[in-house]
Design a protein around this ligand. Structure first.
Ligand code: AHG
Ligand code: MN
Ligand code: MN
Length: 320
């Protein structure tokens, strides 16, 4: 019988004195993910397709499932009794829950990643960065602007041909598959490490003409060496690369030098997962996890996957 989420996390966190309550936060995410999964599977039948007609702080049209996912995860994270504050891709400002010392965690999240794929029944995901408050001082937006290396955990969910919740804590990555019959996330992928061999590169080749020349040269080398896989949902592309080996890139370009993906709730959590599994994540110049965020929704170029291949891209970029 596969291990339940709580049992596996208790084993992973055994002996740690700094993670009290962390399991409750991850279990809240799992509860929210099972609700989003149910909506995703019913989609048109649950009347969650299409957009809300609203535009979010990113300047993107908010899909109805984005809004439902936001409400779901804000609710479960606020109610778990362990989260002091949270930030969400779809909300311009942070949500402050409680300054009490009993609420030592902070969460930044992308409730539905890959929104352009919702209406065409292609894999989407949810992504969470989790931090421990540094002290008991009142929380503010500044409290949420932490370098990714200070995460205590990162979680993502991929709603694909199966629904898999992946947790990363210090030097440990595990996958849990949603059992549709019981509604439980069962321990299906113990101790994930990225395979030594890179199996594919993953980038939107349609943007190639807008990249800087050195990025065009670096991707040309990847094109020569690997097959291309690109779903258009970061979590789906990342999860494939984590399990099979690979490199994902979303570079900046002339019109948007910082690229499209957000540091706080896309690049930081996934680079944290990648590093715990033996991979690497960079913005093209430096380690993503060393970047100090200046505002909640700031964007960053992202190169993440097999450490040796990330390194070879960085060398090509610095060669100019
Ligand atoms: P989100 O739906 O949360 O805004 O994220 C979409 C992101 C990411 O999932 C994916 O890697 C990227 O958009 C794809 O962008 P392009 O369609 O420009 O390739
Ligand atoms: Mn996203
Ligand atoms: Mn999103």
């Amino acid at each position: 019988m596969a291990t339940m989420l709580r049992d596996a996390l208790e084993a992973n966190l055994a002996g740690r004195s700094d993670a009290d309550g962390l399991i409750e936060v991850i279990e809240a995410i799992a509860e929210g993910a099972s609700r989003v999964d149910a909506l995703t599977r019913r989609a048109a039948l649950a009347d969650v397709l299409g957009d809300t007609g609203e535009t979010n702080v990113q300047g993107e049209i908010v899909q109805r499932l984005d809004a439902a996912g936001t409400d779901t995860f804000v609710e479960v994270l606020s109610e778990c009794g362990r989260v002091a504050a949270l930030a969400c891709e779809e909300l311009e400002d942070a949500v402050f829950v409680s300054d009490a010392p009993s609420h030592p965690y902070l969460a930044l999240f992308d409730p539905v990643d890959g929104s352009s794929n919702i209406d065409v029944a292609v894999t989407i995901g949810s992504i969470f960065a989790i931090y421990k408050r540094a002290d008991d001082s009142p929380v503010s937006e500044q409290t949420l602007l932490r370098p990714g290396r200070e995460q205590i955990a990162a979680v993502y969910v991929v709603y694909g041909s199966s629904t898999v919740l992946v947790t990363a804590t210090e030097r440990r990555v595990d996958g849990f598959t949603l059992d549709p019959d019981s509604g439980a996330f069962l321990h299906s992928h113990p101790d994930i490490t990225i395979p030594a061999k890179c199996a594919a590169y993953s980038v939107n080749e349609g943007n190639a003409g807008a990249w800087q020349p050195e990025m065009q040269a670096a991707v040309a080398e990847l094109r020569e060496a690997y097959g291309l896989r690109y779903v258009g949902s970061l979590v789906a592309d990342f999860h494939r690369d984590l399990l099979k080996g690979g490199i994902f890139l979303y570079p900046g370009d002339r019109s948007s030098p910082a690229g499209k993906l957000r540091l706080g709730y896309e690049a930081n959590p996934l680079c944290y997962v990648a590093e715990q599994a033996g991979g690497a994540g960079s913005d093209g110049r430096q380690r993503i996890l060393d970047l100090t965020p200046e505002q909640l929704h700031q964007r960053t170029p992202l190169i993440v996957g097999n450490a040796d291949v990330v390194q070879s891209v960085l060398q090509r970029l610095s060669a100019g």
